[in-house]
Design a protein around this ligand. Structure first.
Ligand code: ADP
Ligand code: MG
Length: 240
């Protein structure tokens, strides 16, 4: 589904991603972990060209995202993204947030968009909030709306960048539960997270990044019980 070959990304002289190669298969759930500043967000953002690679290749199925002729707008409709700080449209109701892109980008009728939005809102447990504005929701509810909004475009891959990092502790589980059921439904997912328990339980693979280097690409079992690198060992000692 996603192929990354020798990806390098520099901001000025700062080499943020150093020769990253990895594949994500259809239906796979990959957790991306590592210290702050190690390049996790940049890696995720290179997948849908929110950041442009300095060199190397990124492929989404048979399309080269990094290619000169890539139709990035079209590719982005197939790659859903969820951010730490939700990025909901504050002046729109929950229902309008979820139906906006399907209507304006995909040209879906209002009736159809609303009926599938309501289905998605029920899936994330927010049916009763359809007419509410984001400002009146809790962080956990906002993030579940953001997930429903991303899913409304029928993406083939979902990227999550620390989706629970801005939440109060009691709201983390409701968001992780939604992500877990999405994973179980077969969605292809790449998740930057500090939730080690979630990574261990839900991910098929763990990628460990440190200073822009993909240091480990392993099963959660292998990574959490017997990390190969000193860098991962040190990291795990700090967070577990
Ligand atoms: P992480 O998500 O792992 O915390 P990031 O990918 O956000 O790490 O950042 C990796 C490095 O790239 C950091 O040194 C950060 O300061 C730098 N960086 C990220 N985005 C930009 C940007 N738009 N311009 C300049 N430097 C950036
Ligand atoms: Mg980040």
């Amino acid at each position: 589904m996603i192929k990354i070959k020798n990806l390098c990304k520099q901001f000025g002289k700062n080499e943020v991603l150093k020769d990253i190669s990895l594949n994500i298969k259809q239906g796979e759930v990959v957790a991306i972990i590592g210290p702050s500043g190690s390049g996790k967000s940049t890696l995720l953002r290179c997948v849908n060209n929110l950041e442009t690679a300095t060199s190397g290749e990124v492929w989404f199925k048979e399309q080269e995202v990094t290619g000169k002729k890539a139709d990035i707008q079209k590719i982005r409709t197939k790659i859903g993204m969820v951010f730490q700080h939700f990025h909901l449209f504050p002046h729109m109701t929950v229902l309008e947030n979820v139906t906006y892109a399907p209507k304006t980008v995909n040209g879906i009728s209002k009736t159809e968009a609303e009926s599938s939005a309501k289905e998605l809102l029920s899936k994330v447990g927010l049916s009763e909030k359809a007419e509410e504005y984001p400002g009146r929701l809790s962080g956990g509810q906002k993030q579940r709306v953001a997930i429903a909004r991303a899913l409304a475009m029928n993406p083939e891959v979902m990227l999550f960048d620390e989706p629970t990092s801005a939440l109060d502790p009691e709201m983390v589980k409701e968001v992780l539960d939604v992500m877990k059921s999405l994973a179980q439904s077969g969605m292809t997912m790449a998740i930057v997270t500090h939730e080690m328990g979630f990574a261990r339980e839900v991910a098929d693979r763990v990628l460990f990044l440190d200073e822009g280097v993909l240091v480990e690409d392993a099963s959660p079992q292998a990574f959490f019980t017997a990390p190969k690198s000193e860098r991962a060992k040190t990291f795990l000692q700090k967070v577990l």
